[in-house]
Design a protein around this ligand. Structure first.
Ligand code: IPE
Ligand code: IPE
Ligand code: MG
Length: 242
């Protein structure tokens, strides 16, 4: 799994996943292990994300969904929450132009309404100003929860006066935040927890999972490459038989 990660040979992958989801977990434990504050841990995680974005483009991933703040993360201290909001804001302020130059299109998944107006406007600006980019679609799940996503979908279905007979899996998919996007092929979770933590629970019904003990700030290009090449060996049967 995590062995032989010193390879610098990143030859093109024959069959990279189209859509990768990442539960970027372990910033806090990384900080603790390195004698730093949790805030510094989140910053280190954000720096790592910049690298992973470039690697995603290089490895042929077309869509990346990152779990950056869950609806459950409001249970953390006000101090930590403020830090996480500030980090997202500063990424938009300082790095948006560079992300756009790289051809990255930013989308948001989750409830925008509950975020402060300044941050909300910046996120909307980030989406608007990158909407024509097509190298990599980056879905930022921020104030996102899978159950809350399903609840908002059901509410809108009712508001649209959809009749029971019209409700299908395809229709419900169109009411999710990911409307129009293919389901994730691969979900990576760092820091060794074996749970979804409410991430893409509708969309990931048939995703492949990869869980690594590595803390998110240490998740390297080499491990990412190895994860993607291992993915291409998997036998995805979708309940059928080959
Ligand atoms: C993931 O790192 C980032 C967020 C949840 C925002 P954590 O902050 O959960 O790090 P650990 O799990 O405490 O190590
Ligand atoms: C999941 O990590 C959420 C994000 C990575 C944003 P958590 O650290 O919040 O999840 P739990 O608490 O371990 O389930
Ligand atoms: Mg965590």
């Amino acid at each position: 799994m995590v062995n032989e990660l010193n390879s610098t040979d990143f030859s093109p992958l024959a069959n990279p996943p189209y859509h990768v989801g990442i539960i970027m977990d372990g910033n806090g434990r990384w900080a603790e292990a390195n004698g730093k504050s949790r805030y510094q841990g989140h910053q280190a995680g954000t720096d790592n994300l910049q690298r992973i974005l470039e690697d995603s483009i290089e490895f042929g991933v077309k869509m990346l969904t990152i779990y950056a703040f869950s609806t459950e993360n409001w249970r953390r201290s006000t101090y930590e929450i403020k830090g996480l909001m500030a980090i997202l804001e500063s990424v938009i302020d300082r790095r948006l132009a560079e992300l756009s130059r790289k051809g990255i299109q930013i989308r948001h998944l989750g409830e925008l309404d509950k975020l402060e107006a300044t941050l909300r406007k910046k996120i909307l600006y980030g989406m608007e100003s990158t909407k024509h980019n097509d190298k990599l679609i980056l879905n930022v799940a921020f104030n996102y929860g899978g159950r809350s996503e399903i609840v908002q979908a059901v509410k809108r279905v009712i508001q649209d006066s959809i009749l029971p007979d019209q409700i299908t899996e395809e229709l419900l998919s169109r009411y999710m935040y990911t409307a129009g996007s293919p389901d994730p092929d691969l979900i990576i979770r760092t820091s060794g927890e074996f749970r979804t933590s409410n991430f893409l629970i509708w969309q990931a019904a048939y995703a492949e999972y990869y869980i690594t003990p590595t803390y998110w700030p240490d998740f390297s290009k080499a491990e990412y490459y190895q994860t993607l090449s291992e993915f291409s060996q998997r036998d995805r049967r979708y309940g059928g038989r080959k």
